[in-house]
Design a protein around this ligand. Structure first.
Ligand SMILES: [Zn+2]
Length: 113
């Protein structure tokens, strides 16, 4: 990935837009489960609850990704984008390419697991 701030910003905004769309869809997915449960009754209550839990888990993950991307934008504005938040060293380019919102370099990440 290019380290040009404008290109990075565009990539972050694209990812954010996708997550916001997925968040909207996950809300309607949860609503559908509830509707099926009351009006159709074909799903058992357990199935409906399980699907709802999955949808909630998915939404939690999306919200976390959204916060990470927003934090990456803040770092970009502050001119600290791409630097590890722990050791301060520049992160590997392929790491940022896979996860533009990465916070720690691979070395620091591995000491946190
Ligand atoms: Zn580091």
């Amino acid at each position: 990935m290019s380290t040009d701030p404008d290109a990075v910003r565009q990539r972050l905004q694209q990812d954010l837009a996708q997550i916001e769309l997925a968040l909207v869809e996950s809300v309607s997915a949860t609503a559908t489960v509830m509707l099926d449960q009351s009006s159709v009754g074909r799903l058992s209550r357990m199935d409906a609850l399980q699907q709802q839990a999955l949808a909630q888990e998915m939404r939690g993950r999306l919200q976390l990704s959204k916060r990470k991307l927003e934090a990456a934008m803040v770092r970009l504005d502050a001119g600290r984008y791409g630097l590890c938040c722990d050791c301060g060293e520049p992160m590997e380019a392929d790491r940022l390419d896979r996860d533009p919102a990465a916070i720690f370099c691979l070395e620091c990440m591995s000491t946190r697991i």
